[in-house]
Design a protein around this ligand. Structure first.
Ligand SMILES: [Zn+2]
Ligand SMILES: [Zn+2]
Length: 306
């Protein structure tokens, strides 16, 4: 079980040569997810050597261009690369219409199945689940309908306690999977060895919450409580608090307050406005409320081992 996040873009509004709009690639418990897809995401994927083919699920927070305009380019490139495997897009209502219209009028033919999962709910919902991971929406407060996403590992198998197992010659390798699944062991003499004597608790599942774009909202706290890593946008510093309120964005201090209230392990800041030339001030400001602060930068990799 592990979590590895690659920052592809972490700035707001217009793309520049050294500042790319929002996109992140997440590897969690053996699954690969693309989160948001601002313009130029595909070139950032190439730059940071992320294998395109690994992406099967794309999560789009909202339809502002700095989170979405890279999607048609990425889909088109997948087609040119002769992709065959299906692609699932989780996005607000409207994304499917926009993409399909672009494909129609550019007479683009896809060789792979493209599925849209339209998000419209105002409450948090489970939108993806398999045997390793689950993904929930985090409804956010922005100028258009917006969701963050909570990615959670599922509780893994129990771990074998080999020192304990060795004491019983009757336990063979073929029994290990049953033990990992939590079953007790029956000895030939009728004695039952409880599973807790033969195995150890599984590793603690990791979790990542992505929250962009949003005004300060304590409503999200129950959803992101105790996550291992919280990405919370910080478009502005406190000097532009009024602008943050009118544009429904957050300041770095507000992001720090949310991290503290939610008792997260680490806070990752991003979505910086281009008016700030030195992003180190974002960290300084968030630290007034919360100690463990990281700054998103293009190419940065955050790994959390379990
Ligand atoms: Zn944005
Ligand atoms: Zn936005």
């Amino acid at each position: 079980m592990s979590l590895k996040l690659t920052i592809l873009g972490c700035h707001s509004a217009t793309p520049r040569t050294d500042a790319h709009p929002t996109s992140q690639f997440l590897e969690i418990n053996g699954r690969f997810f693309l989160i948001d897809c601002g313009e130029g995401t595909q070139t950032q994927l190439r730059k940071y050597k992320v294998k395109f083919s690994r992406i099967k699920h794309v999560f789009i927070s909202h339809l502002h261009g700095d989170h979405f305009f890279g999607l048609i380019g990425l889909i088109s490139t997948f087609s040119l690369l002769n992709r065959q495997t299906e692609l699932h897009i989780f996005a607000p209502k409207g994304a499917e219409e926009i993409i399909k219209l672009q494909l129609k009028h550019t007479k683009s033919w896809l060789h792979f199945p493209l599925y849209f999962h339209e998000l419209t709910a105002k409450e948090s919902e489970l939108i993806f689940e398999d045997d390793k991971v689950e993904v929930h929406t985090i409804p956010l407060d922005h100028r258009v309908y917006t969701n963050g996403f909570l990615f959670k590992e599922k509780v893994g198998e129990r771990k074998l306690d080999m020192n304990a197992i060795k004491k019983y010659a009757e336990i063979e390798i073929c029994d290990y999977q049953n033990l990992k699944n939590g079953k007790d062991f029956n000895l030939n003499n009728g004695e039952i060895i409880p599973n807790s004597k033969l195995t150890l608790d599984p590793l603690k599942p990791l979790s990542y919450a992505f929250c962009s774009d949003t005004a300060y909202s304590e409503k999200i706290i129950p959803l992101i409580k105790n996550v291992d890593l919280l990405y919370h946008e910080s478009t502005f510093l406190e000097d532009k608090l009024d602008l943050a309120k009118t544009t429904k964005h957050s300041t770095a201090l507000q992001a720090g307050k949310i991290a503290k209230l939610a008792h997260v392990a680490q806070l990752l800041l991003g979505h910086y406005s281009s008016r700030y030339k030195d992003i180190s001030f974002f960290k300084k400001e968030a630290k007034q409320a919360f100690d463990s602060v990281l700054l998103a930068k293009e190419g940065k990799i955050i790994s959390i081992p379990n």
